[in-house]
Design a protein around this ligand. Sequence first.
Ligand SMILES: [Zn+2]
Length: 351
Amino acid sequence: MQNGASNQVYETPVCLQYTESGVIPHLCWELSSLINDENSPLIVSLSKTIIMKNAVQTFGKGFAKYANIPENRPFILTVNDSLQAIKSGQNDKLGVAVWTPGGRQKINSENFTELISIFKPKMFVSLCDSDTPIDATVKRVDRSVTRTLSYLDDCLSLKDNIVFAAVEGGFKKKQRMFSAEETAKRDVHAFVIDGFHMYGEETVEKFDTSDVKQLLKETLNLLPRDKPRVMFGAFNPKTVLELIHLGIDIFDSSYACFLTERGMALTFSDSFDISNLNFQTLNLLEKDYVEDFKPLSEKCECYTCKNNFTRAYINHLLNTKEMLAYVLLNLHNLHEYYEFFRNVRKQLSIS
Ligand SMILES: [Zn+2]
């Protein structure tokens, strides 16, 4: 994958950095440098930032400068936020419903292209209708596919952007194949395989690769192999590995942030082996950790573990609602999630 802003090349599978309004949750940019995330591009979602439109417009230099994002970190504007569930039944011919802190906003092609001209992202995901849960009707899925293709054509009329095109079709084969074939005909830079889940907590709890495996394989077969395939969502390491084997190249780090918000820590067994993946999530809020003076993970090289912040200390910080708990946990969780991707790349290259 090539970074359009600096021509930096990223080895795949790669993990994009999840942000809330252009900031890694709980971390300032100085602290973020402690995570070895290889300066991967950031994802910035519409729902968290659309309320800043007027301020960014007045500022006049685009979202990255407005949000003080470091120059070496390009961002990708996305429609959906990986940690925010889509509310079903809200999209119609007036546009795609985006839930902002100030309530619902309908976004159509005109609003979207205006936003692109104000936010000035080098890369963005085309406007898409992702409301296709497993029980969606054929009519609903048809509309999602048709509208998403029409939004894509409007997005492609913008010049000089790297466009990640959304491929829809829910769980319906005919619609998936049509969406993939039509999207592949367009001059796009990457494909976002969307509409297989509804984002948010439900993705962590319910997304099962076996439900989408066959349809995903057939979809990917219709897409040119020289362009990256992306799947956004809070996926645990096992799911990520299954999706990599099916042909997905690009993910995001929202799963690590999801765990942090719940006072949980991601850990892997000492010997990392992709053919026998062994990971755990520790719930640091539990009483078991009150007198556990071990680091979150014995072999972890993150700031939190290397500086002897113990499980007991983090349990105490969580119970006293200290913000430092989330800072320390997110530094660890993001470190482990990125380390997982590094290990996967290493083992895939030698297998
Ligand atoms: Zn650690």
